[in-house]
Design a protein around this ligand. Structure first.
Ligand SMILES: *Cc1c(COP(=O)(O)O)cnc(C)c1O
Length: 228
């Protein structure tokens, strides 16, 4: 009980310190608690400490938690690879999707989003290091995909997300985040209204904050090491 709450306070202090060092406004970076593989009890502990936004990457596991959490007033973000046959569950249960990487998925989410639920907020995932085993659109194909996604009804394109290759050095970590920010800025110059950069995890959130992250996705530093 105490540990998750303590971690939560520590992360808050670290985020505030990183914002200050990066010259960012206090509170300009939102914490997404990545609760994948964690039991509902941990989620509820963190919710009791004041955390509202949670990230999941497996649809079935997430839907179970979302339904059990009931009216706890939490905001759920889908951050994993999304298959066509799972889009309906995601469109019906989540508020955000960070991992749109092809138009087919975006069209399905748009069609399947229940009208009463309001717009689904989405980010496009970019494969910043062109890794064969990672999802995400290439930088080259990003402008076309972003333009198409932005036109769909019932989903709202909010920005970009990335999951870079692991780097140890701070200055090295900044590079892919900088490229993502520059790609976002280019799209904004072309008229898209994008206010979100979902980037930075336990190992590299400080570098991401220096490059303009608006949402950091933190699992391990909050909940401890995963068993997987
Ligand atoms: C697991 C995961 C995270 C959290 O990673 P940690 O290193 O545990 O903070 C963030 N984003 C995505 C997409 C993930 O799958």
């Amino acid at each position: 009980m105490i540990r998750v709450t303590e971690n939560f306070r520590k992360i808050h202090d670290l985020l505030a310190a990183a914002e200050a060092r990066a010259g960012r406004a206090p509170g300009s970076v939102r914490l997404l608690a990545v609760s994948k593989t964690r039991p509902l009890e941990r989620v509820l502990e963190l919710a009791a400490a004041g955390q509202r936004e949670f990230g999941e990457n497996v649809v079935q596991e997430a839907v179970g938690k979302i339904e059990s959490a009931g009216d706890a007033d939490l905001v759920w973000h889908f951050i994993g690879h999304l298959q066509s046959n799972k889009t309906r569950d995601v469109a019906e249960h989540f508020s955000w999707v960070h991992s749109v990487d092809r138009i087919k998925i975006a069209r399905r989410l748009s069609r399947q989003r229940p009208r009463l639920a309001g717009d689904l907020d989405v980010c496009i995932q970019v494969n910043v290091d062109a890794e064969a085993d990672k999802s995400g659109v290439s930088f080259d194909n990003l402008p076309e995909l972003a333009t198409e996604v932005a036109e769909l009804p019932r989903i709202r394109l909010r920005g970009l997300m990335c999951l870079p290759a692991v780097r140890e050095e701070f200055d090295e970590q900044r590079l892919p985040f900088r490229r993502l920010r520059e790609a976002r800025d280019t799209l904004v110059d072309r008229g898209l209204e994008l206010d979100t950069l979902s980037m930075g995890m336990t190992n590299d959130f400080e570098a991401a904050i220096h490059e303009g992250a608006t949402i950091v996705r933190i699992g391990t530093a909050l909940f401890g090491e995963r068993d997987d």
